[in-house]
Design a protein around this ligand. Structure first.
Ligand code: ADP
Length: 406
């Protein structure tokens, strides 16, 4: 009987080479399109050597070598993204190539010898396919499990987002309810007074209309803030960068806020000689941030002063602080107040009519958009200091992403 294992062992390199070429060129195996020949070849000679080892034994029972080689091969094909039909096709090509290479020798054997050899080679190749699929399926299951875990996390995150939006919506509805109830109540009262001559009193009527107007303005304020916040949340806020004169922005904010401070007999102090002359930023957003912080400082301070201070750092950054001698913010509220509709517990008793609970949420998002940071230190009954640190030059979104991931 001819020793086909010996013949095969002499042709391992040639068969491996032909197999790699055939797999690379086969139209039905698309996953090889982006693979190098070396990547296709990986583990192929091992499978062939294992086939030879198994065929060399009179009994085909020692299949450990082929098990190992084929398991590795299956794992590799799963990693390379082959689909099952492609793996089957790959082994079909191997079988064809083996028989093509042994054809001349096989034809010289007796019919019985040929049949035995063919069935032995087939059995070994089938075993290789079975083992290959075992590891292939295992690897695919691992991938699926990984994907499933990722999906579970994504679903949880989406649920959290939906919950947050739902909570924000509930809070918005609650915020809108107070001024709306007041508008409806005072309008009804006004109409009733106008209809019955004995209740008609121009002074109280005007007061009621004034209340309606105040509530209407508050409603508009809340709606505008909520819309602004939602634009930030949806990423629809664009930066309009320009070379900006910091001093001029600060002076504009002080001029706008001075009447408010005067009304409450508060000193509005400015210490900004250290501010950089010019920065590259979005001037409108910068002004909004400052206006918001100074207006809060005034609103939450009953006596004393509000101070605006500037600092320049060597690290291409500058900072602006707004310090007040107001009611202060308890430690447990300090993080919360940057969330939409959150208010510090002890400020609630002030019953500020223009409080929307959205100002700082918007400020925090604007600071982030300007690639900066906002920090707060505060003590109840002593005062609060909000510090905004910003880059001297805000970079475009594309540059920012590139820098973050480099
Ligand atoms: P609001 O319109 O209620 O002022 P903000 O989002 O601007 O909304 O502020 C959220 C909460 O943070 C306020 O309700 C108040 O409790 C607290 N807060 C903000 N700024 C100050 C400050 N300078 N001093 C004390 N508390 C403040």
């Amino acid at each position: 009987m001819q020793d086909f294992s010996h013949l095969l062992s002499q042709k391992v390199d040639a068969i491996a080479q032909q197999w790699v070429e055939a797999v690379a060129q086969d139209q039905q195996i698309k996953s090889t399109e982006n693979l190098s020949k070396t990547a296709i070849r990986d583990h192929v000679p091992h499978v062939l050597t294992a086939l030879v080892t198994v065929l060399a034994h009179t009994q085909a029972s020692d299949i450990k070598t082929i098990v190992e080689a084929s398991l590795e091969h299956g794992l590799l094909r799963a990693e390379q993204g082959f689909d099952p039909t492609e793996v089957v096709r790959e082994y079909h090509l191997l079988r064809t190539i083996i028989f093509t290479n042994l054809r001349a020798e096989l034809l010289q054997g007796t019919v019985e010898e040929v049949l035995r050899s063919v069935s032995l080679i087939n059995a070994v190749v089938d075993e290789a396919i079975a083992q290959c699929f075992q590891s292939y399926v295992k690897e695919r299951l691992n991938e699926l499990e990984h994907l499933q875990n990722q999906l579970i996390l994504t679903v949880e995150e989406l649920r959290r987002l939906v919950r947050t939006s739902q909570e924000n919506l509930n809070m918005l509805a609650h915020e809108l309810k107070t001024p709306l109830t007041s508008i409806i109540g005072y309008s009804e009262l006004f109409i009733r007074q106008q209809r019955s001559p004995e209740l008609k009193d121009t002074v109280t009527s005007v007061e009621h209309i004034e209340r309606v107007l105040r509530s209407g303005r508050q409603l508009l304020h809340i709606i505008n803030d909520a819309l602004e916040l939602s634009r930030y949340e949806s990423g629809g806020m664009q930066l309009h960068l320009a070379t900006t004169d910091v001093h001029s922005i600060i002076n504009t904010v002080v001029e706008t806020m001075q009447p408010l401070a005067d009304k409450q007999q508060l000193k509005l102090l400015l210490n900004c000689e250290n501010a950089p002359m010019q920065v590259l930023t979005d001037p409108l957003r910068l002004q909004q941030i400052l206006t918001n912080l100074v207006s809060n400082a005034i609103r939450y301070t009953e006596t004393g002063s509000v101070t605006i201070e500037c600092h320049s750092f060597i690290s291409n950054q500058w900072a602006i602080t707004v310090r007040d001698t107001g009611i202060g913010i308890a430690l447990e509220d300090q993080e919360r107040i940057f969330e939409p509709f959150a208010r510090a517990e002890h400020s609630k008793k002030l019953h500020l009519p223009d409080s929307t609970g959205l100002g700082l949420a918007i400020v925090a998002r604007m600071v982030k958009l300007l690639q900066g940071e906002i920090n707060l230190t505060s003590e109840v009954g002593v005062g609060s200091t909000f510090t905004v640190t910003l880059p001297l030059e805000v970079i475009t979104e594309v540059e920012f992403i590139a820098k973050t991931f480099q």
